[in-house]
Design a protein around this ligand. Structure first.
Ligand code: HEC
Ligand code: HEC
Length: 254
């Protein structure tokens, strides 16, 4: 009898805790990580092992401080809320989402052939350096985000973000720049690095240039422009699905 009363008393608070964890997640995390943690702009959290959060303390620390140099922000909350959120995030991993449908082997083939994606992206030891390394893109990004990246590469570089990015250096910020030297030579490419006096640019043929800014006649920065072409209409629906299935399976060296 006592046990039953205790159970009745505990039940609502246990339910409440689960509900609050989920609510906190929907408010603070779902916009980037998806309502089920399946990933989007943010990493897929519905996995058994989170590479950056091997235990609950590490997960709580990531929530509190974010991941510097990435889009993962710090979120302010009480210790109790944080504990509930940690529990909820862990529960996402247990209901491990099914693999993304599609023919991965065919997706891999299309990536290197028809898509010529390897001209700009590295996977493992192979590929170019104009775009981000995709070796672990399946761990960092969800399928919906991958689809948008391929069809509308500029979708995730919104205007309002551009001015923010002028102030804060972000490694995943691929800034298009156009430079004209004193003798009229034009270089268009990615900004690799920049300080007050110099800038390093990688052009679309993967050549690296370094300039003193006072030696340049013109230096234009195209915030919000991506060198990645849209693949709208290049792949059939099935081919696109295959490419996404392969990308989603790339989990890095785990
Ligand atoms: C503005 C978008 C954004 C929001 C909001 C956000 N995240 Fe993230 N999160 C990211 C991105 C992007 C990454 C991947 C960072 C990287 O490695 O490049 C990330 C990574 C993570 C990771 C690391 C996963 C790993 O690799 O182990 C965890 C854990 C995480 N987020 C949890 C949360 C939680 C919990 C919340 C809500 C409190 C949250 N995030 C809110 C964008 C976001
Ligand atoms: C001309 C170079 C170029 C080609 C070709 C190219 N990309 Fe990209 N890609 C980039 C650059 C630069 C970025 C980063 C800026 C952005 O998000 O648009 C990027 C971003 C991405 C992202 C987002 C990565 C992340 O972590 O946010 C994915 C996914 C991607 N590309 C997949 C592909 C696939 C698949 C193909 C072939 C079908 C392809 N790309 C072809 C240059 C290229």
């Amino acid at each position: 009898m006592r046990a039953i009363i205790a159970w009745i008393l505990l039940l609502p608070s246990a339910l409440l805790a689960a509900e609050t964890g989920e609510k906190l997640f929907q408010t603070h995390c779902a916009p980037c990580h998806g309502p089920k943690g399946e990933g989007g702009r943010g990493a897929n959290l519905a996995v058994r092992k989170l590479p950056r959060a091997p235990d609950d303390a590490a997960l709580a620390a990531i929530i509190a401080t974010g991941i510097p140099g990435t889009q993962m922000p710090a979120t302010r909350m009480t210790a109790e809320e944080s504990a509930q959120l940690v529990r909820f995030v862990r529960s996402l991993g247990k209901s491990q989402s099914a693999a993304v449908p599609g023919d991965r082997a065919n997706g891999e083939k299309l990536f290197w052939s028809k898509g010529n994606c390897g001209q700009c992206h590295t996977v493992g030891a192979r590929g170019g350096h104009i775009g981000p390394d995709l070796t672990d893109v399946g761990a960092r990004r969800g399928p919906a985000y991958l689809r948008t990246s391929i069809l509308q590469p500029e979708a995730d570089i919104p205007e309002n973000f551009a001015s923010y990015r002028k102030l804060i250096y972000m490694p995943d910020n691929y800034l298009r720049v156009h430079a004209v030297t004193q003798d009229g030579k034009e270089i268009t490419g990615e900004r690799v690095d920049e300080d007050t006096f110099t800038i390093q640019i990688r052009d679309d043929q993967d050549h690296l240039f370094s300039f003193r800014k006072d030696e340049l006649r013109e230096l234009r920065k195209d915030w919000g422009k991506s060198p990645m072409p849209s693949y709208q209409g290049v792949f059939s629906a099935q081919e696109l699905q295959d490419v996404i299935a392969w990308l989603a399976s790339l989990q890095g060296a785990l």
